[in-house]
Write a protein that binds this ligand. Sequence first.
Ligand code: ADP
Length: 167
Amino acid sequence: MRKKNILAIFPGSFDPITKGHLDVINRGRLIFDELIVAIGSSSEKKNLFTLKQRKEMVQELVADMPRVRVDSFEGLMVEYAAKQKVDVILRGLRSLTDVHYEFRLAMTNRAVANIETVFIMASAEYGFTSSTLIREVATLGGDISKFIPEQIYDRMQKQLHELKEGK
Ligand code: ADP
């Protein structure tokens, strides 16, 4: 029998959250009854923003979206998802490279935790961007303002400035 209230999780590193992520969140929340945007805390060292900062930024952007909440998790995402009694993992697909990786990830997650993964195709205008690329371009002084929300852009400029100053 079909479950009535479908809870989905959109996991990622969100370092920082981009317009591509927001697009997936906005489209995902029309499909599912509830959505948890879950920020992973692993590989903290390579990140531009701390987990706390990433969570604050996502929270600010989804604050007025009903049925969307933000959380963070440590370790295995499916363990967190199982604890939260999540029904579906939501992921975005940008390219064939994503498909290769996501295919194996989805198969593993289903084998390990019996959770289905549902994919949303990236929108044409953001399909080629990633947080990693945005961080790289911004670090080298490129203009990435088109790809991230305005308030995130300001925080990113500040963060990069502080890093440069060695703060
Ligand atoms: P990134 O790959 O940008 O570093 P994350 O690890 O935070 O980001 O990715 C979390 C999820 O968001 C993944 O499913 C990823 O495919 C998806 N995603 C990231 N950027 C985009 C985008 N521009 N359009 C659609 N989905 C995206």
